[in-house]
Design a protein around this ligand. Structure first.
Ligand code: MN
Length: 286
């Protein structure tokens, strides 16, 4: 396999989110987006002691893209203006299609807050093509046990979306995506083929990995790849957790303001107006 080379090494930069700090490797000053991926936030690991919730972000709207949450440790509760409600535990994935508009909140789940413990996860924003930006909102709550696992004892590859080694991820996507969660113990090795047209990257959630039998990279770094090879290889130097993301680029203009990602500035204005007018539904706390 001819390996893809590294185009950029992006460290997760600490940014303030409400009462806490998250790590943000994308976007940065250097890399605005990796089409179709817009943003990646790594929250935690936080040691949570009852009743303080480090994630208590109030209800807010989204339109035009898909906010995805990978929960690694702890418990989360989701609630939105379309009547969806769900709880996540470590290993679960929440895939929201904001489409024409949704108002939601995500916070630590009640059970988890009562007992305390470690909370850690990733929030990823994936763009939607123009034809799907105003689609009906959707909510996919994927349980850890429904995610197929490939690989070996020392390198487990969980297929969240797309196809890998004959396994198909459970998530329905709007564009072609390959999303893999890789857990490796020391010495674990995986080769990941990447479709020729895809933009690809890996985020190292934890551990240290050697890439393509060459340089090593540490946790909390995102590696963006050039489109110059058939795939990548990862070898774990310590126990490691990696998020692999690749996708067919959408190649459309992006107008982004806060929680809205559209194609034009006019559509951003419409989104703000529609939210004010209640067209994204109403969120009520109980
Ligand atoms: Mn949100």
């Amino acid at each position: 396999m001819k390996y893809r080379s590294v185009a950029a090494i992006l460290p997760g930069e600490p940014i303030e989110m409400g009462s806490t700090i998250v790590k943000q490797p994308l976007p940065t000053v250097r890399v605005e987006r990796i089409d179709p991926f817009l943003l990646l936030h790594h929250f935690g690991p936080y040691e949570v002691t009852p009743p303080f919730d480090p994630l208590d972000v109030g209800p807010h709207p989204h339109r035009g893209f898909e906010p995805v949450t990978f929960l690694y440790q702890g418990g989360l509760r989701h609630k939105d203006s379309r009547g969806n409600e769900g709880t996540l535990k470590g290993g679960d994935v929440q895939w929201m299609t904001a489409g024409r508009g949704i108002i939601h909140s995500e916070r630590a789940s009640r059970d988890f807050l009562e007992q305390g413990g470690t909370l850690e996860g990733i929030q990823l924003w994936i763009n939607l093509p123009q034809k799907d930006k105003m689609a009906q909102p959707a909510y996919q709550n994927i349980k850890a046990e429904d995610i197929p696992v490939a690989g070996s004892e020392r390198s487990k590859v969980r297929v969240v979306a797309g196809n890998y080694q004959g396994l198909k991820g459970p998530v329905r996507t709007h564009t072609e995506l390959l999303v893999l969660q890789i857990s490796m113990s020391e010495g674990g090795f995986v080769q990941l083929p990447v479709p020729e047209t895809h933009n690809a990257m890996v985020y190292i959630v934890n551990g240290t990995v050697q890439l393509n039998d060459n340089w090593s990279y540490e946790k909390e770094h995102l590696l963006q790849f050039r489109q110059d090879g058939e795939g990548i290889a990862l070898r774990a130097e310590t126990n490691s957790e990696i998020l692999f993301l690749s996708g067919a680029p959408i190649n459309e203009p992006v107008a982004q303001w806060g929680p809205y990602v559209m194609n034009t500035q006019t559509e951003i204005m419409e989104a703000m107006r529609d939210y004010q007018m209640g067209k994204m539904g109403f969120y009520t706390e109980y």
